[in-house]
Design a protein around this ligand. Structure first.
Ligand code: ADP
Length: 556
């Protein structure tokens, strides 16, 4: 930045020098015996232009380098910060809006350094040089040239405020557009199946119109400042002509002096205009900067002050919920939930939809924190663990497992390149993936497609099982899908799960008959509490909620 600034200052000073050359040009070169100097003045002017050309290239390259690096650093910092946010943050900030924060806001700011340094370095230096020349020629004329300047003050302040407001609206509208597009493309099948193409296009039109309104207003406002400067400059020229023109006509001043002054004034025109634009650009960038800082200032996930590193390898810990309360804003979910999941055993969780089954998994994996009550892992409060340690205890398997648009190998290893090839192949065997891999071109290196779309539900689930095997976490959280797999996939998944669950504490949100029957313990959840608890036969004999659910779900 400093280097660019210096080069810019050199570039800016060429303007003053240029106007200064005009006086000898008129008064000596064009004078009675000036013919001999014509070559030198010509070469000097040519030299100034060459200097300008070189400094322009050098300074622009430096500035581009600086602004691009700043933008990259900001984007990486922002993503790192966003990744450390808790679950609630992502409920309030849809993915599209976050994408726009990371990309749009940083790009809006990226240009500002360039603009500010160009103006500070080149334009301010140019103006100082040009006014020095002007004052040297005639201070009175200079004063006359500036006659309209005070007229600018009030409108400038009003304009800046207006522009800031419009820029904020513009950024919000851009984020809204990204969110709409994100939702449309992720929901593309639902849109097609419900024939919502026209409806979505119309809604999108409204979003885009709002954006374009804000955009036009901010651009017009940003251009109003230079336009006002034009008028004030016109006034200045008029005043100088009235004052100076008369003095030249009366022979008090030379034509050369007047032309030199006039050139200096003409050359101030562009820098002043640009400074007017900078004020506008700054407001636009400031709106984005403010949003960036607001995001960077949000707290990251709770730091857990008394967290300690995980004690030596815990063999499949037991899990206990003790009077746990949890609520989403305005929606109480768990109301004093207590249960124990014994170490190394399978606990099935059943209950009506909305009972809070998935919430138990979210609390265990610290995607959400209880409002009150304790979660004990191996007898110790979970809050004593750091978030990464707590999460490392659990492997989650569900049918809507998130896959990334990478190879199956990368999807299974998830950034653990140190897993040896023979272990990987025993994992894929155990996860019943061998058949699938043999049919795929490229085997493990075949792509999973965007969001894993190249794989079926059962295949995705088996990838998740393979992940869990690789992670070798002591506790297994299994979310059985409600939608039935075909019987061959189901058999394959069941077999894979059996090898995964062996020896691990397992909590399963159960929908399958085989799972509920074989579970060591069944918890029946209703409205965020355990209402029944026991083995299958006992619960059937009780004839309560479980017996009813069972009859309803498994009557076939
Ligand atoms: P289950 O898995 O038993 O079907 P969940 O644990 O998913 O139930 O949800 C329990 C309750 O929490 C439901 O009433 C649901 O509406 C509510 N809920 C779940 N997620 C959210 C959320 N992100 N925001 C607000 N309420 C939620």
């Amino acid at each position: 930045m400093i280097a660019a600034f210096i080069v810019m200052a050199v570039e800016g000073s060429t303007l003053g020098l240029l106007s200064w050359m005009i006086e000898p040009l008129f008064d000596r070169v064009f004078g009675p015996d000036g013919g001999g100097e014509i070559l030198w003045v010509g070469l000097a002017i040519l030299g100034l232009f060459v200097l300008r050309a070189i400094t322009t290239i050098v300074s622009r390259s430096l500035l581009t380098l600086v602004s691009v690096r700043i933008a990259s650093a900001m984007q990486v910092d922002m993503l790192a910060h966003i990744l450390r946010q808790s679950g609630g943050f992502f409920q309030n900030h849809p993915p599209g809006a976050l994408m726009d924060r990371v990309q749009g806001d940083t790009t809006a700011v990226q240009g500002i350094w360039q603009t500010v340094i160009v103006s500070a370095g080149r334009d301010i230096v140019a103006l100082i040089g040009l006014f020095a020349v002007a004052i040297a020629i005639d201070p009175q004329w200079t004063l006359a040239a500036l006659i309209g300047a005070p007229l600018l003050i009030v409108p400038a302040v009003v304009l800046q405020r207006y522009l800031r407001r419009k820029s904020v609206q513009l950024r919000e509208a851009t984020a809204a557009r990204s969110t709409r597009l994100d939702e449309i493309f992720h929901g593309i099948n639902a849109i097609k199946l419900n024939r919502l193409e026209t409806y979505q296009s119309t809604r999108f039109l409204t979003t885009v119109r709002a954006l374009n309104r804000a955009y036009s207003k901010s651009i017009v406002a940003a251009q109003t400042m230079p336009a006002m400067i034009d008028i004030v400059t016109g006034l200045g020229f008029f005043a100088v002509l009235m004052l100076g023109g008369r003095e030249v006509a009366e022979g008090e001043r030379t034509v050369g002096e007047f032309m030199s002054f006039f050139t200096a004034m003409t050359l101030t025109f562009q820098p002043i205009r640009r400074l007017g634009e900078v004020a506008g650009t700054w407001q636009i960038a400031a709106a984005s900067l403010e949003r960036i800082f607001r995001l960077l200032d949000t707290d990251t996930e709770e730091r857990r002050p008394d967290a300690q590193p995980l004690p030596a390898a815990t063999q499949s810990p037991g899990i206990e919920f003790r009077d746990v309360h949890f609520a989403y804003p305005g929606v109480p979910v768990l109301n004093g939930l207590s249960f124990t999941a014994p170490a190394g055993r399978m606990t099935a969780i059943v209950g009506p939809s909305g009972a809070g089954k998935s919430t138990i998994f979210h609390l265990l994996t610290a995607l959400a924190e209880p409002v009150a009550g304790d979660i004990l892992i191996d007898g110790h409060p979970a809050t004593r663990l750091t978030l990464p340690d707590q999460r490392a205890l659990f492997a989650t398997v569900s049918q809507d497992t998130a896959l990334f648009d990478e190879s199956l190998r990368e999807n299974i290893l998830l950034g653990r390149p140190d897993i040896p090839e023979d272990r990987l192949s025993s994992v894929t065997q155990a996860a019943q993936l061998a058949d699938l891999l043999s049919t795929l071109p490229g085997g493990l290196d075949a792509p999973a497609g965007p969001r894993g779309s190249a794989l079926s539900g059962g295949q995705r689930q088996r990838i998740a099982i393979a992940r869990a095997l690789v992670a070798d976490a002591p506790v297994l959280l299994l979310d059985e899908a409600t939608s039935a797999l075909d019987s061959r996939s189901e058999a394959a998944v069941a077999e894979a799960l059996a090898s995964l669950a062996k020896g691990r504490t397992t909590l399963v949100i159960a929908h399958r008959l085989s799972t509920v029957r074989e579970a060591d313990q069944i918890l029946v959840l209703d409205k965020g509490r355990v209402v029944e608890q026991g083995r299958h036969d006992d619960l059937i004999a009780q004839g309560g909620l479980y017996a009813g659910l069972y009859a309803l779900q498994f009557k076939d």
